[in-house]
Design a protein around this ligand. Structure first.
Ligand code: NCD
Length: 337
């Protein structure tokens, strides 16, 4: 794939060597993300960060990633603050905003909306989540994290065994991650969900035809006994027609330290795209796991900055100039103490 000027809309655009490229650039971003060095490589560039659906880490990590490369961020959050409430089409919004920005990130509740927007944009558009469809940058940061976590024990993504748990029907992070895992060899995926919330058949088919061994389960404990990774997800309440319907599924597959100790391998890595739903009736990842060294959820969120920096550097074609425009930080850095 030619990254320069490209929209990043779906994991279907990626081949294995493209993922390697993103990860190699993300590795190079570490001194900047850890505030050891500063780079101004994107000085003068503007990111239009357009979030029409709730977001904390995706929105802020896109913005931080751009700032860390020296660029400026202009942000719109919520329909109520945008001209979309006045009936403007996504394509007109794109025509206008792409005149103000060098790159645009967008999240929107409708499937296909970001691609629709991108079709009228004059600058690259990165999909920050389009309804229940895809969340490609999350999948890249998830896989980057998986690679990092299992490398410590000499494993690679080839041969990975992962359980994905929760609302697999509406969860765009698991949709994109499933597609991404299809690029690797000897991968085993166990899909654990309520019967009504299974992973869309087309994605299961995509994985199977790529050679992934897929098992479908509706039960947690016996399905996580032999996996490298448990990837838990939240019931996507906002995708159900009523809260009552979402309530039917909430709290069905809870992982806590007692279950982990009894059923998981001692080094199974625990992941979640976040936010975990910490309300008592949900609580899919109990806070009693917080001291478990295999809980990777906050390392995973941190990696979002590295991977998003890499994507910006690639689509704006500065990946090989990041160090040239850099210097040491001047301020007190608590991360290095
Ligand atoms: C996810 C999302 O928005 O799809 N969050 C995120 O971006 N890390 C998962 C979720 O909201 O459950």
């Amino acid at each position: 794939m030619n990254f320069t000027g490209a929209h990043i809309l779906s994991i279907n655009q990626f081949q294995r060597q493209d993922v390697d490229r993103v990860f190699a650039v993300a590795d190079q971003m570490e001194p900047y993300a850890l505030r050891k060095r500063v780079t101004r490589v994107l000085e003068g560039a503007i990111l239009g960060n357009m979030f029409f659906e709730a977001s904390t880490r995706t929105r802020v990590s896109f913005g931080s990633a751009f700032n860390l490369l020296g660029g400026e961020v202009r942000e719109t959050a919520g329909f109520e603050n945008s001209a979309l409430v006045k009936g403007e089409s996504l394509q007109d919004t794109a025509r206008v905003l792409s005149g103000f920005s060098d790159v645009i990130c967008m999240r929107h509740p409708q499937e296909g909306s970001v691609a629709d927007f991108a079709s009228a944009s004059r600058v690259p558009v990165l999909n920050g989540g389009d309804g229940a469809n895809e969340h490609p940058t999350q999948a890249l940061l998830d896989l980057y994290t998986i690679r990092q976590e299992i490398a410590a024990r000499g494993q690679t993504i080839d041969g990975l065994k992962i359980a994905m748990i929760g609302d697999l029907r509406h969860g765009r992070t698991v949709h994109s991650l499933s597609k991404l895992l299809s690029l690797y060899n000897n991968v085993q995926v166990i899909l654990i969900s309520p019967e009504e919330l299974t992973l869309p058949e087309a994605i299961v088919e995509q994985m199977r035809s790529a050679g992934v061994q897929v098992t479908i389960s509706h039960e947690l404990t016996n399905s996580i006994v032999d996996v490298d990774i448990v990837y838990s997800t939240r019931i996507q309440e906002e995708r159900f027609s009523t809260k009552e319907e979402a309530d039917l599924y909430r709290g069905k597959f809870r992982l806590n330290q007692a279950i982990y100790t009894e059923f998981c391998q001692p080094n199974t890595v625990i992941m979640h795209p976040l936010p975990r739903d910490s309300r008592a009736d949900a609580n899919e990842l109990d806070s009693d796991l917080d001291n478990n060294p295999n809980l990777a959820i906050f390392r995973q969120a941190d990696n979002g900055v590295l991977v998003r920096m890499a994507l910006f550097a690639l689509v704006l074609d500065v990946a090989d100039k990041v160090d040239e425009f850099s210097y040491d930080v001047r301020w007190y850095n608590s991360r290095q103490v």
